[in-house]
Design a protein around this ligand. Structure first.
Ligand code: ADP
Ligand code: MG
Length: 335
């Protein structure tokens, strides 16, 4: 980001210098040409305003002013209307810089405010959802533990239900913790990614069965070793499979497959469910953005954090009514 800003500053300075050079190197009597060059100054001023707001616009304007003023003084015609025209132009450029910068700053602040409000509203909503989620799982655990204590029902299935509920609680707690603090990746060399993906699918099996979703896994026959934080990548894949299951209806397929490329591997999670509209696709990685009544909206932002922490990429293709393909690219070796 900082280097991006440096490039923009370099572009503003270079373009201003170039336009000024045109002024100084062109015959001052060809007024039409100088009028055109003068208009060019609006470009760096506008870029300054768009990228750096009021401060950028005014500083660029002052830079233009300092460079252009000697040209006016050196080529002073003494003709009132010509000089008045030049100064009026300089004044208008100053006003333009000020208002463009001011409006852009105001718009930015407004958007930041909206984001903050949504963030706070999100936290409130998520807190309710989390407590609700945890409470439901706790009730289940307590209920089944008491049944086991009294020797009622089948113990094995009761224990499984307790484990599932505790895992659900664990997922919620992990999601919130992962979101709340920067993720500390614990990268291990030579992890077989296949076992991590397998483990992720196993964690989602019960949910898939309950929803009547056919969860299919397609992995290469030989080990695929990679430098990775298995724990976090597994949870990222679990998040994606859960989303795919939640978007699907009974009888549909969710497929998870993996392919090896030369320098990276590709993991695809594909569903044939609801798909997403443009708005959802645009906001999907924003924390707390959810369209589910019981969602936290944290899943995808955590997934992105984890994948980018591995210098990987995540992309989504989705069509309403047709389904969604999520593609993850992970480099074998971290730089
Ligand atoms: P949550 O699942 O808690 O809502 P996520 O960050 O995991 O939060 O997802 C954000 C939103 O993105 C979901 O509410 C849903 O609308 C949309 N979404 C994510 N994955 C899919 C998918 N596979 N199909 C359709 N919509 C999806
Ligand atoms: Mg989710």
């Amino acid at each position: 980001m900082t280097s991006g800003r440096n490039y923009i500053i370099a572009a503003i300075v270079t373009s201003t210098l170039l336009i000024t050079y045109l002024h100084y190197s062109t015959n001052p009597n060809i007024h039409a040409l100088h009028d055109i060059y003068r208009e060019f100054y609006y470009i760096p001023i506008l870029i300054g305003a768009l990228v750096f707001g009021l401060r950028g616009a005014v500083l660029t304007y002052l830079f233009v002013f300092v460079l252009y003023l000697p040209y006016i003084l050196m080529n002073w015609t003494g003709i009132f209307i010509t000089e008045a025209n030049r100064f009026l132009h300089i004044l208008l450029q100053g006003l333009f810089a000020f208002f463009a910068g001011f409006l852009i700053d105001r718009d930015r602040k407004h958007r930041e405010q909206l984001e903050k409000e949504r963030y706070l509203a999100g936290i409130g909503q998520v807190a309710t959802t989390i407590v609700h989620d945890l409470k439901n799982s706790l009730i289940t655990i307590l209920g089944f533990a008491k049944r086991i204590q009294k020797g009622k029902g089948e113990t094995e299935s009761a224990v499984q239900t307790i484990i599932d509920s505790a895992q659900n609680m664990q997922r919620v707690v992990h999601d919130v913790l992962d979101f709340a603090k920067p993720i500390q990746l614990n990268i291990k060399e030579n992890e077989d990614i296949r076992s991590i993906i397998k483990q992720a699918c196993n964690s989602c099996k019960t949910k898939a069965e309950e929803e009547g979703i056919n969860l299919l896994l397609d992995l290469p026959a030989n080990p695929v070793n990679i430098a990775i934080d298995g724990f976090h990548v597994e949870r990222a894949i679990v998040n994606l499979i859960n989303n795919a299951i939640e978007a699907s209806i009974k009888g549909q397929k969710v497929t998870v497959n993996m392919m090896s490329e030369k320098n990276h591997l590709i993991i695809k999670i594909k569903d044939h469910g609801t798909g997403m509209d443009k708005e959802t696709l645009k906001n999907i990685f924003i924390p707390f953005y959810t369209k589910k009544s019981k969602g936290t909206g944290l899943g995808m932002s955590i997934v992105k954090k984890v994948i980018e922490g591995h210098q990987g990429k995540i992309s989504i293709e989705s069509q309403i009514g047709k389904g969604t393909d999520v593609t993850i690219e992970l480099p074998y070796k971290l730089k």
